[in-house]
Structures are given as structure tokens and as C-alpha cells.
Design a protein around this ligand. Structure first.
Ligand SMILES: [Zn+2]
Length: 96
């Protein structure tokens, strides 16, 4: 049973408004505020998994070895950075 965040906000807002209008239902006033806070918390918690889900899909790609700035040493074929001036493995000069 999944209650959407707006249901908490509506129910909480309604409860707060009614108890505030009646005036004699102080406990419902605070309960309504709690509902609204819970609804907002739910909204923020629900907003995060969408972003968190996007990351594993990128993680599953075999991009670990395919670095955008990666190159291969012409001498030893070691994976090096295109910004390296010398090969980290054999020390050959890569750039002038
Ligand atoms: Zn090398």
C-alpha cells in the first residue's frame, strides 16, 4: 500500500485547516502538520531514488577501461593519459 506524498499533504493540510477552524481540536492541528511534514519527507525521499537509479545504469557499462582521455603507448601499449608527456610504464616521450 503506497500512499503518494500529495495525499499526505492534502490530508495534513485539510486536517490542520479543519482543526484550526474548529479551534478545539489542537491534537489534530499538530497531527495535520505532522502529515504535511511526512508528505514533504516522502517527496524528498522519493525524489532521490530516481537520481540513484540513473547511476547504476552508467556503472554497468564497460566504460571503466574506455576512459575518454585514455590513449595507448606506441612502444609498450600501456594505457596512458593523453595528457601525459611521458609513458608511465616505459618512459617513452609521448608529446613534444
Ligand atoms: Zn610505454
Amino acid at each position: 500500500m503506497e500512499i503518494p506524498f500529495w495525499a499526505w499533504l492534502v490530508a495534513g493540510g485539510f486536517m490542520t485547516l479543519v482543526s484550526w477552524t474548529v479551534g478545539d481540536l489542537e491534537i489534530f492541528f499538530y497531527l495535520g502538520i505532522m502529515f504535511v511534514v511526512f508528505g514533504l519527507l516522502k517527496l524528498f525521499i522519493l525524489g532521490r531514488p530516481k537520481k540513484a537509479q540513473a547511476q547504476p545504469t552508467i556503472h554497468h557499462r564497460p566504460q571503466h577501461h574506455m576512459h575518454p582521455h585514455a590513449a595507448q603507448c606506441p612502444r609498450c601499449h600501456m594505457t596512458i593519459s593523453i595528457y601525459d608527456r611521458f609513458c608511465r610504464n616505459c618512459g617513452v616521450r609521448l608529446r613534444q
